[in-house]
Design a protein around this ligand. Structure first.
Ligand SMILES: *Cc1c(COP(=O)(O)O)cnc(C)c1O
Length: 358
C-alpha cells in the first residue's frame, strides 16, 4: 500500500478544546467543524470535541451526519438554508439556522412550521460577506420578536481583521449598537478573536482553526498558544537518488546540486493536497532530523535533501507536517495559511486517515 497517510489525534482535539475553555471560561463553545472538520474527518473531529456545547457546519447533510452519530448538542448551519425544504428538516431535527438576508427570512416566514426554529441572525458589521445591513437590522429584528416561527434568536457577526493590527473594535461597535436594544444571546468570536480579545467572549465563541492546533494569527506560533497539532501528514521515502554537482532534480530543473547530494523521493504530491507552490527549503522531518524539500513538487511525489542524514533510506518515515513540523511553517513557505493545507488533504480524497482515539 502507498505509505502516505494522515493521523488524526483526538487527544489533541480534547486538549485544544480545553485551552479554548481556559481562555473563554464563561462562554459556550460552538466548535466549527465545517469543511469535513477542517480536513480531519467530520465525525473523527466531533468525537474528539464531544465536550463542545455546539457544532457549526456548512451544509444540512453534515448536520444530519452529526445527529445520526448521536451528537445531541446544538448544531448550527453557518450559511443557513439554501432552499426552502431545508428549513423544515432543520426545524424538525433541531438545527440552528443562520439567517443572513431577507430572502432567507422570507423563506422561513412563508412556511408553516410544526417546530419553531432557533436562528442566528447575522449582521454584516464590515466584512461584507454575509449578514444584514446594520442600518436595517434593528427594524427587522423588532418584527421578529413576537413571531411564533422563532424559538430563540442569537445575534452574530464575523470579524475580518481579528488577526491583524486593525483589530475588531470597528466591527464590535457596530454590532453592540444594534445588540444593546434587544435581550438576545450573542456570538462573535472566531479563533483569532478568542486569542486576542477577551471582550469578544460573549454567550458563545466559535473556534475553528485553533482546535486543530494551527495558529489563527500569522507569525504567531501555535506552540506559543499551547495548542497541539491534531493532524500528522506522514509518508515514507520510496527511492534514493545520488546527485553530482550541477545535477538537477524534478520538473523544470528548479533545483541544482552545488555538491554531491543524496535525495529522498517521498510518496506525497500536489494531487494529495501538498502545496505545489512549496519552494526549495520547505521543512520536512525524517529519521529524527529536520531537513527540507528540493525541486518542484510533483503530482504524486516530492524530493527531500538527505545528504546529511545517512540513516535515511528507502522506507524511512517522513513527516510532512505534524508534531515536528508545524503546518503553519509549510504554509508560510508556500504563501498560504494552515487552513488551506489541512482542508486540501481531505479534498484530494486519496489520503487514508488513521485515528488515535481519545
Ligand atoms: C469558519 C468560521 C469560524 C471559525 O474561524 P477560525 O478562524 O477557524 O477560528 C467562525 N465563525 C464563522 C462564521 C466561520 O465561518
Amino acid at each position: 500500500m502507498r505509505p502516505l497517510k494522515v493521523i488524526v489525534d483526538q487527544t489533541s482535539l480534547r486538549h485544544n478544546l480545553a485551552i479554548v475553555k481556559q481562555l473563554a471560561p464563561k462562554s459556550k463553545i460552538m466548535s466549527v467543524v465545517k469543511a469535513n472538520g477542517y480536513g480531519h474527518g467530520l465525525i473523527n473531529v466531533a468525537q474528539g470535541l464531544s465536550e463542545s456545547d455546539g457544532f457549526a457546519v456548512l451544509a444540512l447533510n453534515e448536520a444530519i451526519d452529526l445527529r445520526e452519530h448521536g451528537f445531541e448538542q446544538d448544531i448550527l448551519l453557518l450559511e443557513g438554508a439554501f432552499e426552502s425544504y431545508e428549513i423544515s428538516i432543520a426545524a424538525k431535527m433541531r438545527f440552528n439556522l443562520v439567517v443572513h438576508n431577507l430572502h432567507q427570512l422570507q423563506m422561513i416566514e412563508k412556511l408553516k412550521l410544526n417546530h419553531p426554529i432557533d436562528i442566528h441572525f447575522k449582521i454584516n458589521t464590515g466584512m461584507n460577506r454575509l449578514g444584514f445591513n446594520p442600518n436595517e437590522a434593528k427594524e427587522i429584528l423588532k418584527t421578529l420578536q413576537n413571531k411564533s416561527h422563532f424559538k430563540s434568536i442569537t445575534l452574530m457577526t464575523h470579524f475580518a481583521t481579528a488577526d491583524e493590527p486593525k483589530g475588531i473594535d470597528w466591527q464590535l461597535t457596530v454590532f453592540n449598537d444594534i445588540a444593546q436594544h434587544f435581550n438576545f444571546s450573542h456570538s462573535v468570536a472566531n479563533s483569532a478573536s478568542i486569542v486576542n480579545f477577551k471582550k469578544t467572549h460573549l454567550d458563545w465563541v466559535r473556534p475553528g482553526i485553533m482546535l486543530y492546533g494551527a495558529s489563527p494569527i500569522m507569525g504567531q506560533k501555535s506552540s506559543a498558544l499551547n495548542i497541539k497539532p491534531v493532524m500528522q501528514l506522514k509518508s515514507k521515502i520510496i527511492a534514493i537518488q545520488n546527485l553530482s554537482k550541477d545535477d538537477s532534480v524534478g520538473y523544470g530543473e528548479t533545483f541544482k546540486a552545488n555538491n554531491n547530494m543524496r535525495i529522498g523521493v517521498v510518496a506525497c504530491g500536489y494531487a494529495d493536497g501538498y502545496p505545489r507552490h512549496a519552494p526549495n527549503g520547505t521543512p520536512v522531518y525524517v529519521e529524527g532530523k529536520k531537513t527540507s524539500t528540493v525541486g518542484r513538487v510533483s503530482m504524486d511525489m516530492l524530493y527531500i535533501d538527505v545528504t546529511n542524514i545517512p540513516q535515511a533510506s528507502i522506507s524511512s518515515d517522513v513527516e510532512l507536517w505534524g508534531e515536528h513540523i508545524p503546518v503553519d511553517d509549510v504554509a508560510e513557505k508556500a504563501g498560504t495559511v494552515g487552513y488551506e493545507l489541512l482542508c486540501a488533504i481531505s479534498a484530494s480524497k486519496r489520503v487514508p486517515i488513521e485515528i488515535i482515539h481519545g
